[in-house]
Design a protein around this ligand. Structure first.
Ligand code: SDX
Length: 429
């Protein structure tokens, strides 16, 4: 085992260097404070590995993304969301028996508890869908208390299938409530994505037959979002899971983290940005100059990434999928052309090239969601549905560990030094 030496104040300490499957190297500093009294500081954790994980591998410089060793390009082309979910959660592609069992559990648990349906009436119909999603995921545990206990081998699969199935039903119910339409029950004869489109767009007096191209595009969208290493929301799920909290509470916290515009909320921000350029008739070059002007505080949404310093491989696949679904559904979406032109300008502009800013997963994904009729305020909810397998898989890694160890980072304190309490009548008014 190789080591790294730290020298400070005339002393030195050696720490083991751990090596990952793809030869990534990390200094294991778990003994740092005990040996040296020092801690590290790494705001934003850009240089800090929080865990060892066997789920997803990303090489940001080469634009590589693999789920359990399988390249995302092959997964996107040959797999499905449900099969990728099994792979991400359990580590292997499912055999026929596992596929059938998991699919049957997804069907069994597609309906939310009947009493949960009343909860939707309690929200204002313009309530933010991500707020409802986070709340209703925790609500499942109130009506199915069996998910609140610690996960055994036996009940884990059922708890995971219930969550993966019902996140879709909660999302559809949220949309129906906002439209003033009755919530639709799932159909046992529909597969995952078809059932979602049915629950979203059927009405009691007019059942839709989901368009197979739309279902295929949705399948690929969800598959491409299934996991992405230790991103903000997944790290949140691990943080909450490390306290021993149940799967649903941990994932509900992940939904809240994903909501932010710098993370999962970016797919909404991208479409708003493209729409602003379209409606203003602004030339993309002019918009880019605004982005580069620091005073504008603007960012090119859907561009840049903490890890990828090259193309996000998902953005290439999603761009192609957007072109395919638009032509299949015979839709002309002006936003796609604007997105393409922005990308062209950015890839030739030193501001973006020097900072290694490339399209990320959110840059083209919204075009697909628009094409299949998903409303803008549901875009991040769709990201959450896609990321469910990754959150469940990371939750499982925490709970499968030899010993459940609570995550508790340290800090560098920069507040006031010690001082005596000041009685009310002695305070400066
Ligand atoms: C996701 O982590 C994951 O894996 C996330 C995700 C997943 O699957 O879970 O991939 C999903 O969240 C994708 C990212 C979606 N967010 C956006 O598209 C929002 C726009 N992007 C940026 O906010 C930004 O690129 C981040 C947040 C994604 C990454 O930011 P970093 O790594 O913290 O980089 P930074 O903010 O330190 O920026 C470095 C420089 C700065 O300029 P200087 O101070 O050096 O002059 O690059 C600039 C930034 O101003 N910059 C951008 C920019 N992103 C970074 N400038 C313009 N437009 C941008 N998008």
């Amino acid at each position: 085992m190789s080591t790294a030496r730290l020298e400070y104040n005339g002393q030195s300490w050696d720490f083991p260097v751990v090596e990952g499957t793809e030869n990534e190297l990390g200094v294991d500093i778990s003994e740092l404070r005990a040996k040296s009294g020092l801690i590290t500081l790494d705001e934003g954790y850009g240089n800090t590995g929080s865990c060892k994980s066997a789920i997803t591998y990303i090489d940001g410089d080469k634009g590589i993304l693999r789920y359990r060793g399988y390249p995302i390009e092959q997964i996107a082309e040959q797999s499905s969301f449900v099969e990728s979910a099994w792979l991400v959660i359990y580590g292997e592609l499912p055999n026929e028996k596992q596929r059938e069992r998991f699919s049957a559990l997804l069907t069994k648990h597609a309906m939310i508890h009947e009493s949960m349906r009343n909860h939707f009436q309690g929200f204002p119909n313009n309530a933010p869908p991500m707020a409802i999603l986070s709340a209703m995921i925790n609500a499942i545990g109130c009506f199915s208390p069996e998910v609140l206990g610690s996960d055994t081998e036996a009940n884990f699969e059922e708890n995971a299938a219930r969550l993966l199935s019902q996140v879709r039903s909660i999302a559809a119910a949220t949309y129906k409530m906002s439209m003033g339409q009755p919530m639709m029950y799932p159909r046992p004869d529909f597969k995952y994505c078809e059932n979602f489109l049915h629950m979203m767009f059927s009405v009691p007096n007019g059942r839709i037959t989901p368009d197979p191209d739309a279902a295929r595009a949705l399948n690929q969208f969800l598959t491409l979002h299934a996991d992405h290493e230790q991103n903000c929301s997944t790290s949140t799920v691990r943080m909450v899971a490390s306290s021993g909290a149940n799967m649903y509470a941990s994932v509900s916290a992940g939904v809240s983290a994903l909501w932010g515009p710098l993370h999962g909320g970016a797919n909404v921000a991208v479409v708003n940005m493209l729409e602003e350029i379209r409606s203003s008739g602004m030339d993309p070059h002019v918009y880019m100059e605004k982005i580069k002007d620091k005073n504008s505080k603007l960012k090119l949404m859907g561009f840049g990434h903490r890890v990828y310093r090259n193309f996000d491989p998902r953005s290439r696949i999603l761009q192609k999928a957007a072109e395919v679904i638009l032509s299949k559904l015979k839709i002309q979406d002006p936003l796609l052309e604007i997105a393409r032109r922005l990308e062209e300008v950015a890839l030739r502009d030193s501001y973006f090239v020097d900072r290694k800013l490339y399209p990320n997963v959110d840059f083209y994904s919204g075009i697909i969601l628009r094409a299949i009729g998903i409303p803008l305020d549901m875009f991040t909810v769709m990201f959450a549905i896609g990321r469910m397998p990754g959150w469940i898989a990371n939750y499982k890694e925490i709970h499968d560990a030899e010993r459940l160890k609570i995550n508790r980072p340290r800090q560098i304190y920069t507040g006031a030094a010690i001082r005596d309490f000041v009685p009310r009548d002695a305070r400066v008014q």
